[in-house]
Write a protein that binds this ligand. Sequence first.
Ligand SMILES: [Zn+2]
Length: 187
Amino acid sequence: MSANSANITARAGTDATDAKREAKLARDRKSSLAYYYAHKEELRPKRAAYQRRWRKANPERALELKRINCARHRDKLRARLKRYDELHPEVKKAGIKRYKAKAKLETLTHYGGGRAVCVQCGYSDLRALTIDHINGGGTKHRASIHGASLYTWLRKNEYPEGYQTLCMNCQLIKRVENGEHAKPDSN
Ligand SMILES: [Zn+2]
């Protein structure tokens, strides 16, 4: 027997063992699933607890499995989310509102130097705080981000330079001083 054919035989042997092992695993899996479904009510909380512990112990693998699962059932999951949104429009609306409010607060805080206050005068009422383009160009930029909120845009883009938190008063004063008051926010 040549070295080559010996190798092939050895490999074939391993393949056969692997196949046997796979078949046994499949049988075990099937019978344990059957057992699970037969005792579902009592086993479900135990299984959930075990899975929680497993996910905690194997965070990377858990994330990977989640990704695989999401990709595999993407259409189904999307349809389910869409159905939920249609049934509960108020939940979706509240979620968007919360998301925007959070983006606003975080962005104003970032450009306010760690606090959501006007960098000129320290005014802190969120209702009258805005993001100022330090070197102008606000209108053009707003148009270029296609109606997205400036707050969420800035946050998504990891807070680029060139912006500051100002109150409406200080922004107006800045415009007057720059001779822009006749055509607000048009530079
Ligand atoms: Zn101010």
